[in-house]
Design a protein around this ligand. Structure first.
Ligand code: SAH
Length: 349
């Protein structure tokens, strides 16, 4: 109830669920609309902030469904204004602390919040630091939203974009992730355009299928990373479950049925995926469907891995461009504060 209360309020606007809840408390249904506004538009951290409610109602709500928020445990900011925050959520049933990270990324006019969908991650991608943490399960939709709302209050500004690219695999927590996205998109809430919200998956095919069937309006990104089947399996366990061939097939279906470009993320790892065979394989893939490729220079320094030099990165990007493929180098904002892609492992420096 603690974290779900914020959700129930949101659903009221769509399904009158929360109206029923307020009615069941002996309150008028318009209280649901007021609550939605306070929680999802004004980002209230407690019922105490619902000043239009009489005090007894505020007290009652605080008792029966307290809006427990995420606490900021640690934060670190770069000179450019990119900030990584470590949040403390309520402990797991065994009493172990649950910690997660979000990153506020400043890039030109964009202010993007990168949020987590799980505590740790159940995948085991060899290059990703999150994989080194214990996996502690899914975040609730309310906890996913609380990352955004808490950062808005902390920064005193609004984000222009949200990306589900923090800890965890969003499509292993499909319901909560999509619920949270719906709230962020809701016109009575933050009201972000659907194309300003991106969900990234390492390739969970059933999740992509559901996303297509439900005609979800959000951007979809696939962490392709390695374009050759056997090499991909060596670095990303998930490829053994959902192979590249099927993954590409569903990606093509996405672009056809939803008539949208897909984004492929591609970590540049010179020892694994920047040779000419990989380059040609990537070009072959990209020519099959409308897509853009976001190149990410490797951020971690695990044994056996090295990031590309600037020349290597540029050469790879130019080769893709010359093949007629949209390819961008996303750089690594937040690297100095352990807040760039693949670095979210609760380091507090
Ligand atoms: N599990 C989802 C959501 C996480 S997104 C997914 O994989 O898409 C995190 C992004 O960071 C992914 O695109 C991933 O490929 C990338 N990444 C992981 N480790 C990285 C590293 N060490 N350096 C750069 N990017 C990395």
């Amino acid at each position: 109830m603690v974290f779900e209360s914020r959700m129930a309020v949101g659903l009221a606007a769509l399904e009158s669920e929360w109206k029923e809840f307020f009615t069941s408390l002996g309150e008028k249904p318009f209280r649901a609309t007021q609550a939605f506004h306070r929680l999802h538009r004004k980002f209230a951290a407690s019922w105490g902030e619902c000043l239009e409610f009489p005090l007894p109602l505020r007290q009652k709500l605080s008792e029966i469904c307290p809006l427990d928020d995420l606490n900021i445990l640690h934060s670190n900011t770069t000179e450019e204004g990119t900030e990584k925050v470590v949040f403390e959520a309520r402990p797991d049933p065994r009493g172990r602390p649950r910690r997660l990270e979000s990153v506020w990324i400043v890039s030109g006019e964009r202010r993007t919040i990168c949020i987590s969908s799980q505590v740790g991650c159940s995948l085991n991608c060899r290059f990703c630091a999150t994989a080194t943490l214990p996996f502690q399960g899914n975040l609730s939709a309310a906890e996913i939203l609380a990352q955004v709302y808490s950062l808005i209050r902390h920064r005193k500004e609004l984000p222009t974009n949200i990306v589900f690219m923090g800890m965890g695999e969003p499509f292993y927590n499909y319901d909560a992730v999509l619920r949270a996205a719906d709230f962020l998109h809701h016109p009575q809430g933050l009201g972000l355009g659907a194309r300003h919200i991106t969900i990234s998956t390492a390739g969970v095919i059933p999740g992509i299928e559901r996303f297509i069937t439900e005609k979800r309006p959000y951007n979809l990104a696939i962490s392709l990373n390695v374009p050759l089947e056997e090499n991909r399996s060596a670095l990303m366990d998930i490829n053994e479950r959902y192979g590249l061939k099927d993954l590409l097939q569903i990606a093509v279906r996405y672009t056809k049925e939803l008539k949208r470009k897909i984004t492929f993320e591609y970590i540049m790892m010179p020892d694994y995926n920047m040779d000419s065979r990989s380059l040609q394989a990537l070009i072959r893939i990209a020519r099959q469907l409308p897509c853009r490729i976001n190149l990410i220079p490797l951020n971690t320094d695990f044994e056996g891995f090295r990031p590309p030099t600037d020349e290597e990165a540029l050469k790879f990007q130019v080769a893709l461009r010359q093949a007629g493929i949209l390819a961008f180098n996303r750089g690594n904002p937040g690297k100095k504060i352990n807040g760039a892609c693949g670095m979210l492992a609760l380091k507090m420096v």
